[in-house]
Write a new protein. Structure first.
Length: 115
């Protein structure tokens, strides 16, 4: 059975850090491009970070130099290290896997940044 399960969300103060992890099952993980998206109240879904099968990365301008995406093909996980968090980073963070016509989504993990 195919699953993407996110973990690691929580509440932090501005300037704090969180590390999100997405664990995949039921797929050949190394074939997939992995993405992190986020949804904030009243805003459209935003692509935050992407890591290709070969490990190339791309980031939204709003998170460059603060977030780092990585992947571990041995353990079927992708992670998002988030540093210097800001209130505007508050959102539901969703893991996404893409391969050819296939796209998979997790249910998300909530990140709240407030003082």
């Amino acid at each position: 059975q195919v699953h993407l399960v996110e973990s690691g969300g929580g509440s932090v103060q501005p300037g704090g850090s969180l590390r999100l992890t997405c664990t995949a099952s039921g797929i050949i993980f190394s074939n997939f491009i992995m993405n992190w998206y986020r949804e904030a109240p009243g805003k459209s879904r935003e692509l935050v970070a992407t890591i290709s099968r070969g490990g190339n990365t791309n980031y939204a301008d709003s998170v460059k130099d603060r977030f780092i995406i990585s992947r571990d093909n041995t353990n079927n996980t992708t992670s998002l290290q988030m540093d210097n968090l800001k209130p505007e980073d508050t959102a539901l963070y969703l893991c996404n896997a893409e391969f050819s016509v296939h796209t998979l989504w997790g249910r998300g993990t909530q990140v709240t940044v407030s003082s």
